[in-house]
Design a protein around this ligand. Structure first.
Ligand SMILES: Nc1ncnc2c1ncn2[C@@H]1O[C@H](COP(=O)(O)OP(=O)(O)OP(=O)(O)O)[C@@H](O)[C@H]1O
Ligand SMILES: [Mg+2]
Length: 439
């Protein structure tokens, strides 16, 4: 280095380390005097007693010139006077293709606490959605391997769909089927705010060894601090973006978006936001579009996203469900009544919509789907009459037809967890069934 270069470097180098000091802890928040930070910066907190321990936290707000921090992990070691150092950077994760097949925590580190492989690229978790003008339109079907979806709710590569259901109606099982059976290049499965017991069950049972080989799983269970659950959603999305930009067709499966909204509410209330609808704070409704707009098509690859949304007592007008429905390109409603009848996947076709189906399906397929819907809806309208035996055969040709076809359709739509049917095959079966041939 030339002398002038050295001087220049010295002038720009940050040779003094600035520390802040913890002085208060209220609930989930830690307040410190300094250091100089911006919102979203990652900071290291050094507990005084344990010299070689470092706790990672994030700047979540400011109050009267004090910094409000929230640790990523549960901790009891921080005390008054603990030093706070800022990295002056927001959270980033290490990614490369060598991570395919691994299970990570909400911050992108291996869940089994093993070391990450070397040579990974550092990738920021908070990113802007692609420029709307540069996004490729959706034109290609995704074969999900689930008959009810491929035939009646066709999904395009790069489409974003909500799976709306009450608890225990089959959301996770359906996500598992999608992960195992779809023709995407890679699955990114985010299990956020769910029960710990379910994680291993999902990975071993629903996903299986073969499924895991083409997946990356992000886990932040309900016992993890709210911030780590929220970061899990951003980390999963960032991993998808990394692979999309390499040209991959990625499937993102996020279970559940409602629990992310709840985590954001927890964080918002702790940092002093006012509660609005159902106790949700304004930042919840700011987070949703920020997160959901990032998936979809990009310049080269695509992210097809499936977000589960919990609807209490099947109330579709619940504020999070309502906000999410407006942001996505489709919603699948799982029906408790169907699940109780053993009809799985319990998708209520008439209440569900794929907003892109018209654009990406053939005329014959759309015709068959239209007829199927009209048969199901005629049956639904007259269900009570039919079931109590008050309907007299021959009164209406439409109802006669509905009675004849409804059981066959329901049988066609039901599918075992381990069964996979490619979309061209199921669409052909639907056309045969509707046009009177054998299914
Ligand atoms: N395709 C299917 N075939 C057979 N049984 C199914 C199917 N899908 C779901 N089930 C049954 O429904 C039960 C609940 O499913 P699942 O755990 O997927 O629901 P969930 O909506 O994710 O529940 P939670 O709200 O508790 O997370 C499963 O244990 C299983 O018995
Ligand atoms: Mg579940």
């Amino acid at each position: 280095m030339e002398q002038t270069e050295v001087l220049e470097w010295l002038e720009q180098a940050d040779l003094i380390k600035q520390y802040g000091k913890v002085y208060r802890n209220v609930g989930l928040l830690i307040e410190s005097n300094g250091p100089e930070v911006t919102l979203g910066d990652v900071c290291y907190i050094y507990p005084q007693a344990k010299r070689n321990t470092v706790i990672q936290a994030e700047v979540v707000g400011f109050q009267n010139e004090h910094v409000l921090l929230m640790p990523y992990e549960q901790t009891t070691q921080i005390g008054p006077g603990s030093l706070v150092e800022s990295t002056n950077k927001p959270l980033s994760v290490q990614i490369s293709e060598s991570l395919i097949g691994s299970v990570l925590n909400g911050l992108g580190r291996p869940l089994d606490e093993s070391e990450l492989p070397s040579g990974l690229a550092s990738y920021a978790t908070m990113r802007k959605p692609p420029n709307p003008m540069e996004r490729e339109p959706i034109h290609e079907q995704l074969s999900t391997g689930v008959k009810a979806i491929d035939t009646c709710l066709t999904v395009g590569k790069g489409q974003r769909v909500g799976i709306f259901a009450g608890s225990g109606v089959g959301k996770s099982t359906l996500l598992g089927m999608l992960a195992k059976n779809s023709d995407a290049d890679l699955n990114v499965v985010a299990l956020l705010g769910e029960r710990g017991r379910e994680v291993r069950e999902f990975i071993e049972h629903e996903l299986g060894e073969e499924g895991l080989k083409r997946s990356i799983v992000i886990v932040a269970t309900s016992d993890q601090p709210a911030l780590q659950r929220i970061k899990g959603a951003y980390t999963a999305t960032a991993i998808c973006e990394y692979f999309r930009d390499l040209g991959y067709h990625v499937n993102l499966m996020m279970d559940s978006l409602t629990r992310i909204a709840m985590a954001q509410r927890e964080l918002g209330l702790a940092s002093g936001e006012p509660p609005t609808t159902k106790g949700y704070t304004p930042s919840v409704f700011a987070l949703l579009p920020q997160l959901l707009e990032r998936t979809g098509t990009g310049v080269s690859g695509t992210i097809t996203a499936f977000y589960t949304v919990l609807v209490d007592g099947d109330d579709m007008d619940e504020p999070v469900a309502d906000a999410v429905r407006g942001l996505l390109d489709g919603h699948f409603v799982l029906d408790r009544e169907l699940a109780e009848q053993g009809q799985y996947p319990a998708i209520n076709i008439l209440k569900s919509v794929s907003r892109l189906m018209q654009k990406i399906s053939t005329k014959e397929h759309l015709q068959a789907n239209g007829r199927l819907r009209s048969i199901l809806s005629t049956y639904e309208e007259n269900k009570e009459l039919i079931q109590i035996g008050a309907y007299k055969k021959g009164t209406s040709p439409q109802i006669d037809e509905a009675i004849q076809f409804q059981p066959r359709i329901m049988q066609f739509l039901s599918q075992n967890m381990d069964e996979s049917v490619p979309n061209n095959q199921s669409i052909e079966s639907l056309e045969n069934l509707i046009n009177g041939g054998d299914s």
